[in-house]
Design a protein around this ligand. Sequence first.
Ligand code: ADP
Ligand code: MG
Length: 473
Amino acid sequence: MTSNTAITAAAATSFSSLGLSKQLMEGIEALEFTQMTLTQQVCLPDVLAGKDVAVQAKTGSGKTLAFALGLLSKIEIEAKKPQALIMCPTRELAEQVAEQVRLIAKRMANLKVVTLVGGMPMGPQIISLRYGSNVVVGTPGRIMDHIGKRTLSLKKVNCFVLDEADRMLDMGFEDEMRVVMHHLSQNAQAATRQTLLFSATFPEKIKSITDQYQRDAKIIKVEDGQAAPNIEQQAYRISNEHRTQAVAALLTHHQIESTIVFCRTRIETRELSEELYQMGFAAAGLHGDLEQSERSQVLARFANKTVSVLVATDVAARGLDIERVDLIINHRVSEDIDTHTHRIGRTGRAEEKGLAITLIDDAEESRLDEIAAKTDAKINKLHIQGVRFHANRIREPEYVCIAVDGGKRDKLRPGDILGALTKEAEIPGEDIGKISISARHAYIAIKARSVKRALNQFREKRIKGKRFKARKL
Ligand code: ADP
Ligand code: MG
């Protein structure tokens, strides 16, 4: 049996109303979160009470923290065997979730979070599992591999999270989800285990999973109407052969620091990003044909603002925690309303008004009208004739990017790199932007004038006793 609640507003907004441990409260403070998001307000009481919950809430509503607090508040660090298992559809999402769990749990000494994702060797994952891990975050395929090899024990798992469940179904992971839940249903914790499901949409299949694997699940739909008024929507009528030109014209017209352009297919994404790049934009494509490392690199560069135009497919961008941008361009109208809503929801930050522009030819206009009617949105239709592409008005990123072949694996931290560049190479601090570090790479945003000096530093000197290869991207 399930109960259904649709929620649009709630009362208590402060984390202190939740009765969390001191360590978790300190973790939240360190992240500088002062208020719960609406999604957190409505689901955390049930999550913390140990109930099975299925939450439908849109991307960016803070679902990760909601389940992270739930599972962390049940962990016994001494137990050494995984007590929480989180399944995510993609490697990037798994990495992001693991990162957030680690941040929240910063004050929980000795808590170990392990990520099990494909494309990485099994060996180190097996070792991490063997030496005691409390929280496991992984993708379906790799979790299954470890279960098959008996290197991942599910015996003590008392909290199981399906994150982005709709996306996992879209990607064809239904069998893997069911097999893992079947394994879990046979373990010693089965009677008391909590199963949490998070999803942006709620197709029939999700209901069936909820009915079959969750106990008396409470289904919570969070309808957050706040984002809509903050987004201005425009449409430009164009003829099909002028689409690329129109995107370029809009980019030089608005001159925004970071823009996301959504395309419907991988091919369109690749072609458009290449064309924009040829025209002189700091553009990069994000789509399923890229290697894992290429995708991480694109995301890191968009985040550190050395790529200013991200051209993405819906599938590649969905669920990712990409900072909201001021301009979204829909290269074509979305197939469906949900996709359109997801896309435009990437703009409209808390304070500022976001702009979402959709390009339409004659055939697409009626679809956009339908979307506007069903979402109760007002979309201004404008003529592209007044908007021209000017090569000399392309907004150049403030920084360029240096990629370093060394990352967390090599115990590299942003501070080590910053120290080497500012103290040893004597590069002024203001020339260095964001430094982000993934498992195997580091990405440094740096002013063009200091690139040479930085590359020399990497070529000639060591960091933490090691020499790292670095190159300008
Ligand atoms: P979702 O999974 O719902 O798409 P995320 O969990 O990825 O959303 O959160 C989106 C962003 O919001 C993240 O950058 C996260 O750090 C931030 N965030 C989450 N909770 C809060 C909060 N209570 N206050 C401020 N920011 C938050
Ligand atoms: Mg999420």
